[in-house]
Design a protein around this ligand. Structure first.
Ligand code: GLC
Length: 388
């Protein structure tokens, strides 16, 4: 086992918690043992993918805990508060409908079905996974073309990405007005149609829809990739840009999410090659020592050291391991073997020097953010690929 894989296993084991709430057993990996105590939806999906090589039973249990939290209507929240509700101090920033809520009223990128297909088996055989897909389609596919809309930036998992600044302005994550957005959406029950009726904004976001398309395909349903290309592909710039509702604006800040569709096996090859050759392998944009940075190095908002100041603003420059793995999948599929190996080597080197951190400085690999961060265990997929 390589050193990076050993580190991955140690961190996953250390973050594992088990318990019971009102007779419902749960078990999952804390995203970081000190900073993030609860179960986060997409963190668990990535953790399960990493777990399966060390302990397939835990991979399944991790995802079953998400299903155990599912509401009767199929909804699964962004964060599940298994052991205790959200504290008063965090309440203004958490998307809960009440202080006693057992989970948030918002979603995270819906990759459960895809993660299940990698880590456990056929998701179509688990009706609760289909039920979540039904909820998403019924409540978030606002224009009937199969793509989902989000009501807050953090539903994308990319909380304070600068691509959300033109959409939510001072109400974006990590900005002074974010609690106002939470308060308003809480009043509207985080219901996309009610938020839409009040003038939005809502966003058809690239990463969410990439992972949604992977999940639909894992379920054996029609892929959302053609709709994603139709709506979000920008032929002139050669990348994917989100769309805002109302008004249809396409904010143009270039972040790694613009390249995330590389993970889609059914992405037209011509588009995949443009993403790789014009952006991922461009030194001015995403080709850094530890790549891909979460924001293109050519953007004025690029903050490779994660920024300073009292408020943490995520996804504004540093490199995250899940992003590296998702674009690496596409590079491999399209035959950019050497370049993919180089990208993997950058991330593996950073992990071996710094441990599993939440994110890394793309220039130096210096570890930043939370320590012992669980989904960075995806480095095992880069070091000893088991899913291609
Ligand atoms: C941060 C990240 C989000 C993640 C959460 C828990 O909020 O931006 O993507 O799910 O931490 O790790």
């Amino acid at each position: 086992m390589s050193a990076a894989v050993e580190i991955a296993e140690r961190v996953l084991r250390q973050g594992w918690v088990e318990g019971e709430r009102d007779g419902t057993p749960y078990a999952y990996t804390r995203p970081s043992p000190t900073r993030y105590p609860w179960q986060w939806y997409w963190d668990s999906c990535f953790a399960a993918i990493a777990w399966r090589r060390f302990d397939p039973g835990r991979a399944r249990t991790e995802l079953e805990s998400l299903l155990a939290a599912q509401r009767e209507d199929g909804f699964i929240g962004h964060t599940i508060f298994w052991d205790r509700p959200v504290s008063l101090g965090r309440l203004p920033f958490y998307n809960v409908t009440s202080r006693h809520a057992d989970q948030t009223g918002t979603i995270q990128p819906p990759l459960l079905a895809w993660a299940w297909s990698i880590a456990v088996g056929d998701p179509a055989a688990e009706p609760r996974i289909a039920a979540q897909a039904e909820w998403l389609a019924a409540n978030r596919d606002l224009e009937g073309d199969g793509l989902l809309w989000i009501v807050q930036p953090d539903e994308s998992g990319l909380d304070a990405s600068p691509k959300f600044d033109p959409v939510w302005g001072r109400r974006a994550n990590g900005r002074i007005g974010f609690p106002c957005l939470v308060r308003r959406n809480r009043r509207l029950g985080f219901d996309a149609r009610r938020i839409d009726a009040r003038g939005g904004p809502l966003l058809c976001e690239t990463l969410v829809n990439t992972l949604w398309s992977l999940s639909l395909q894992a379920l054996g349903r029609p892929s959302a990739t053609p709709a994603l290309v139709e709506r979000l592909w920008d032929e002139r710039r050669g990348l994917f840009l989100d769309q805002v509702r109302p008004g249809g604006a396409r904010p143009s800040t270039v972040t790694w999410a613009a390249l995330a569709p590389l993970a889609l096996p059914d992405l037209p090859e011509r588009i995949g090659r443009r993403l790789v050759e014009e952006h991922l392998l461009s030194r001015n944009e995403f080709l850094t020592a530890v790549a891909p940075p979460s924001v293109s190095a050519s953007e004025p908002s690029y903050e490779p050291d994660g920024g300073r100041g009292p408020i943490r603003r995520y996804w504004r420059g540093p490199t995250w391991v899940n992003s590296a793995w998702l674009v690496w999948l596409g590079m491999r599929r399209l035959g950019y073997e050497e370049e993919a190996n180089r990208l993997a080597a950058g991330v593996i080197g950073a992990v071996e020097r710094e441990g599993l951190r939440e994110y890394y400085d793309p220039r130096t690999g210096t570890g930043l953010g939370a320590k012992d961060f669980a989904w960075s265990a995806l480095v095992a997929e880069l070091a000893e690929p088991a899913y291609l």
